[in-house]
Design a protein around this ligand. Structure first.
Ligand code: ADP
Length: 178
């Protein structure tokens, strides 16, 4: 509904760390010209933190500050937002939400390769296993705009890039910018 106020749509890509968000966003950004906003990287660069979570062993993002920071950019449309959480963004920001899904073993190997160990590794595997991001996305957005995408293989990645780019083109045509 809100999309009529934007010249281009905004896309949220979420999922457990290691499911392939950055890889996917970078490819879509290159093809579509949409700006990729990596929320974790923005928080790191601008020290937008509000404490430390001992369970996830990650700094806690200052959500209010992040929303203020992103609000103007989002209003223009044409953004791909990449974050391993999705419940604190205003619902009207996004025209579509994709959740990347990866099998436990595959994800385990990716996170080990990234240097995750012990509790941090286990927490992330559990996050994926218990479909945490699915529940979070379904609880935060209109379920008609929420889609799961498998992200286990390079073929999956290619399919996902294609699907999302097709969706962008379709949106442009339907909204008179084709
Ligand atoms: N669908 C996929 N098939 C094969 N490898 C993948 C896939 N998605 C991600 N990877 C690999 O997994 C690792 C983590 O991907 P990344 O995009 O950094 O995930 P995230 O941004 O969700 O943490 C990278 O080495 C990436 O190349």
């Amino acid at each position: 509904m809100m999309s009529i106020y934007r010249k281009l749509p905004n896309i949220l890509i979420t999922g457990t760390p290691g499911t392939g968000k950055s890889t996917l966003c970078s490819e879509i950004s290159e093809i579509s010209g949409f700006e990729w906003l990596n929320v974790g990287e923005i928080a790191k660069a601008d020290h937008m933190y509000d404490g430390h979570n001992d369970i996830t062993q990650c700094p806690v993002i200052d959500e209010e500050q992040m929303i203020n920071e992103l609000e103007d950019k989002i209003a223009d449309g044409g953004k791909i937002i990449d974050y391993h959480g999705c419940d604190f963004f205003p619902q009207h920001w996004f025209d579509i939400v994709f959740i990347l899904r990866t099998n436990s073993t595959t994800l385990y190997n990716r996170l080990v390769a990234r240097g995750y160990r012990g509790q941090k590794l286990e927490n992330n595997i559990q996050c994926e296993f218990f479909q945490t991001l699915i529940d979070e996305a379904r609880g935060s957005y209109n379920n008609k705009i929420v889609y799961e995408l498998p992200s286990n293989t390079p073929d999956d990645m290619e399919d996902n890039v294609e699907k999302i780019c097709q969706w962008i083109n379709q949106w442009k045509m339907q909204n008179g910018h084709g």
